[in-house]
Design a protein around this ligand. Structure first.
Ligand SMILES: Cc1cc2nc3c(=O)[nH]c(=O)nc-3n(C[C@H](O)[C@H](O)[C@H](O)COP(=O)(O)OP(=O)(O)OC[C@H]3O[C@@H](n4cnc5c(N)ncnc54)[C@H](O)[C@@H]3O)c2cc1C
Length: 407
């Protein structure tokens, strides 16, 4: 009796570990030459494994799926994740932002290496360069050994006791998460919500002058909102194609909703979120004298380059505004969004297998014995550790469902 996991990302590897620990024979098939490629990519830009949010707040990050994630997170919580990492010899710490990171001495590759060592010790068999091609009858899985080259090789069918599909979303295709699995599950009638970019940059139609002059530069300590929505704090990155950064990523769902409703998606940038409105106004009422607009902003509000250029780009007459109008502009600078960056660039994807297609154990209703974990399910969450935690928690959850079902 063996359990088969398809996909060697964090969700699949966690399911494999939990099932092997419960005494099951586990075989994991991964299409790429190595497992955990996106996991390693996640490590390049900070590598937040999870977040120290209290559980109710944590679950609310999964939007419409909050109740389900509240249950998943209480089964495998951020504390469990930290204990799991510590058990692999990787200590973690909570950063000032609340994000949970491995301590500096540990690189993502160290964590993955230790994890794979543990899986080997538990007897998990990992077959890389093995691509899942679809279902075969009521109980089988079609696989191809691609060790001789992508798209070629011996095809075979296996009939596991239970299967976990953990094939990821549809961004960063070079890591293996290419979304090519969609027709394979649609074939048996599983509803899949179309993919859309999540946690990605927004495109702005900057002038050529602005693109050349400003390039890529951060704006620290700002607040950003979409239309009349709630504001998000953080650091904004101006780029040649638009804006990036944590607040933009957090607002992707709102931008996407506004754009798909055909309406305008306008970001409102507050450059001075910590200054009370009266204090801001008082500073702007100071006489400007002979100082240029840029010097005045720098002297009174410490707003240096590229802020004056940004203001002129979006409001050419900004230097001539009175104090009240300028205060309004500095606290709600409208930036019209023309689109979102392409799917493949996104940190994560919205869409995937609809939750209506799975039961409370994340088992496909159409195919008893086949479970789904990780980003291939239709959920989204902001950056800050919520993505990996969601993948780990769904991986642990399906392992529990299978172990209970077999037990
Ligand atoms: C730039 C970047 C930075 C990120 N930073 C963070 C971060 O700091 N914190 C955080 O929480 N999250 C972060 N993430 C997100 C996180 O990496 C993903 O959410 C997570 O890796 C998804 O895990 P998964 O197991 O669901 O899928 P994946 O990691 O995508 O794994 C799916 C696996 O399935 C394999 N596969 C696909 N199709 C087949 C097939 N037909 N047969 C066999 N195998 C197949 C793929 O090759 C892949 O190895 C980041 C992502 C990116 C791109």
């Amino acid at each position: 009796m063996s359990i088969v996991i398809i996909g060697g990302g964090p969700a699949g590897l966690m399911a494999a570990q939990r099932l092997a620990e419960a005494g099951h024979r586990v075989q994991l098939f991964e299409a790429q030459a190595t497992v955990g490629r996106k996991f390693l990519v996640a490590g390049h830009g900070g590598f937040n494994l999870s977040n120290s949010d209290e559980l109710a707040g944590f679950a609310s990050r999964y939007g419409a799926e909050q109740p389900r994630f509240a249950e998943l997170l209480s089964h495998f919580s951020p504390d469990d994740l930290r204990a799991w990492a510590a058990d692999l010899g990787i200590e973690t710490f909570v950063g000032t932002s609340g994000r949970i990171f491995p301590v500096a001495a540990h690189k993502p590759a160290d964590l993955l290496r230790a994890w794979l060592g543990r899986l080997r010790a538990l007897g998990v068999e990992i077959f890389t360069r093995h691509r899942w091609l679809g279902f075969a009858g009521a109980a089988g899985l079609r696989l191809r050994d691609e060790n001789s080259g992508p798209g070629t090789g011996r095809e075979f069918v296996i009939k596991p006791t239970a299967t976990v599909l953990a094939l990821g979303g549809a961004s960063w295709a070079k890591t293996g998460s290419d979304g090519a699995w969609v027709p394979l599950v649609q074939e048996i009638g599983v509803p899949v919500v179309p993919f859309a970019p999540a946690n990605c940059g927004a495109e702005i139609a900057w002038s050529e002058f602005f693109r050349e002059k400003v390039g890529r530069v951060p704006l620290k300590n700002i607040a950003l909102r979409v239309n009349d929505g709630p504001a998000v704090r953080g650091e904004l990155l101006l780029t040649e194609y638009g804006v990036e950064g944590t607040p933009v990523y957090a607002l992707t769902p709102a931008v996407r909703a506004a754009l798909s409703a055909g309406g305008p998606a306008v970001l409102h940038l507050n450059l001075k979120p910590d200054l009370p409105p009266a204090a801001l106004l008082q500073k702007l009422r100071q006489p400007r004298g002979k100082a240029s607009f840029a010097d005045f902003l720098k002297r009174t509000l410490h707003l240096a380059a590229p802020v004056p250029t940004l203001l002129r780009e979006l409001r050419p007459d900004c230097a001539n505004l009175n104090a009240e109008a300028l205060a309004g502009l500095l606290t709600a600078l409208p930036i019209p969004v023309s689109g979102l960056r392409p799917l493949d660039e996104a940190i994560s994807t919205a869409g995937g297998i609809s939750f209506s297609a799975v039961d409370e154990h994340l088992m496909l209703r159409q195919r008893p014995g086949t479970y789904v974990a990780g980003e291939m399910l239709d959920w989204e969450a902001p950056t800050g550790g919520y993505l990996l935690q969601g993948c780990f928690s769904t991986g642990a959850w399906v392992a529990r469902g299978i172990a209970e079902g077999l037990g």
